[in-house]
Design a binder for this molecule. Sequence first.
Ligand SMILES: NC(=O)c1ccc[n+]([C@@H]2O[C@H](COP(=O)([O-])OP(=O)(O)OC[C@H]3O[C@@H](n4cnc5c(N)ncnc54)[C@H](OP(=O)(O)O)[C@@H]3O)[C@@H](O)[C@H]2O)c1
Length: 282
Amino acid sequence: MAGMNHVGTWPALGLGTWRMGENARTRRSEIAAVRLAIEIGYRLIDSAEMYGDGGAEEVVGAAVADALRAGDCRREDLVIVSKVLPSNASLHGVAAACQRSRARLGIDTIDLYLLHWPGSHPLHETLQGFEQLRAQRAIAQWGVSNFDLAAMKKLVALPDGGRCAANQVYYSLSQRGIDFDLKPWQQRRAMPLMAYCPIDQSALAGDARVAALAAPLGLTAAQLALAWTLRDGNIIAIPKAVREPHLRENLAAGSVTVAAATLAALDALFPPPRKAGPLAIT
Ligand SMILES: NC(=O)c1ccc[n+]([C@@H]2O[C@H](COP(=O)([O-])OP(=O)(O)OC[C@H]3O[C@@H](n4cnc5c(N)ncnc54)[C@H](OP(=O)(O)O)[C@@H]3O)[C@@H](O)[C@H]2O)c1
């Protein structure tokens, strides 16, 4: 297997953290899972102030601090992603939310800070807030999440809108509507697309038809589903896992290239969209 694919300087395979940090009883094992992820080579971690009401960011912060102390990686090798809630995305609200997230994550600079979904605060204000945070080095780059093509077009037309570094959306074999319009548009602009729920919250891992195509290749169904999301480049998949076999399997999928015949067989199972449709949201 070749090395991990990259999108610019970002690894194509990162770790999701939704559902972490919600429960004191599982916190220790979640920190251990994120810690193990870094140890085995994950370098991009996706979180949000919403997850566990800040708890997921605390889990990430504890694991990152421990990994840095142990010398498992350097801070500059990690890409830490977090998201501001739309209700906090006013000019001043975004600054306060970012400060809280940085404190929970235990880092000076959030590498990529996303607006979690479009909200009611004027977008130009949010962007102004993002740009101020960038000037202060509280964030390195900013982007959005759950923006469909129409929303992206409006965004890039705003002052500084062209600085949007990524859009994170639902994308998996079973939710591939963005193949019709948003994905090619972002590809043309070389704007990375982050695929969330890339194994459909584990459903694709249990899909016997995907497993049957994956097995002869020495892959699990989850690995084939992940490698499929990465097939055209410009995509970063962020599967969440806490179990060690899952963590290892998923990371390995970041260096798998899927042959044309397998892609065609997957197209037959999960037909590409023929017209524009609403953005899938979880
Ligand atoms: N921007 C947004 O609005 C948004 C929305 C949803 C998600 N996200 C981000 O995207 C990340 C991924 O999405 P998700 O967590 O909803 O779904 P997902 O990554 O598609 O699926 C996660 C589930 O699949 C299981 N799993 C992971 N690897 C597996 C494997 N190799 N074989 C079998 N099962 C496996 C996990 O189990 P274990 O944990 O038990 O190992 C977990 O139950 C989130 O964690 C979050 O960071 C963003």
